[in-house]
Write a protein that binds this ligand. Sequence first.
Ligand code: 13P
Length: 256
Amino acid sequence: MKSYIVGNWKMNFSVGESSVYLHKLLQKLPRHRNLEIVVAPSLVALQPLSLQTDRKKIRLAAQTANPHDFGAYTGAVSCTQLRGIVDYCIIGHSERRQLFHETDKDVRATVAAALRNQITPILCIGETETERTFGETHDVLRDQLLGGLSEVSTEDLSKVVIAYEPVWAISTTTDARLAAPDDISEVAGFIRQILRESYGKTIATSLPILYGGSVNPSNAGAYLTVPDVNGLLVGSASLIADQFVEIVEIAKRVQD
Ligand code: 13P
């Protein structure tokens, strides 16, 4: 299966800085048949960067989108408007759920909107620290996964990418709070089990599952070799060219 390295730039870089940074990445990144490299710049940078990027090397993702196609939704941008500009859309990121109050209903409607606009949804799921402490991880992940996919037609299911991002492991600098590869393996196996029970073996084995949460060049190799993990969703390390390129190089070595 293809491996994915996705850089979520979050709310960083001006449009000019994004362009300079993309230029640097395009120069430094190797091209690899089985490696999909995606970056998710700020919304304002997407359109100019879509004209600049070489899509054979780096594809673009939006960090969120509104589930409606058009209408009176001041400040929102829809998948219909993003169509042709991005190939992917990150949907249901925990920061969107927590800080912007995106609900499961919003998430599933946006997943459906992305698919009807030829955009690949990267559906993010992950438990909070409290949910983990109370032993609710599996229930939360099952609800977010099946909820997020509930408006997807059988034929479109194979076009979805899943990203597991435990909320407690995002943006941590303490080793003790990093997710252990064994824990990720258990969760990735659980996600495949739920997919198998709900949609059958073909979907369960073919959907890519990415891991995200404080990924850096020192731990990327360990995460990429976790069974059932097909790539990484990288936050802060994706903002530093040397680190992002190193993570891609590691993914390339793991693929070869
Ligand atoms: P960090 O890699 O900074 O922990 O961010 C992870 C993330 O939220 C990517 O979407």
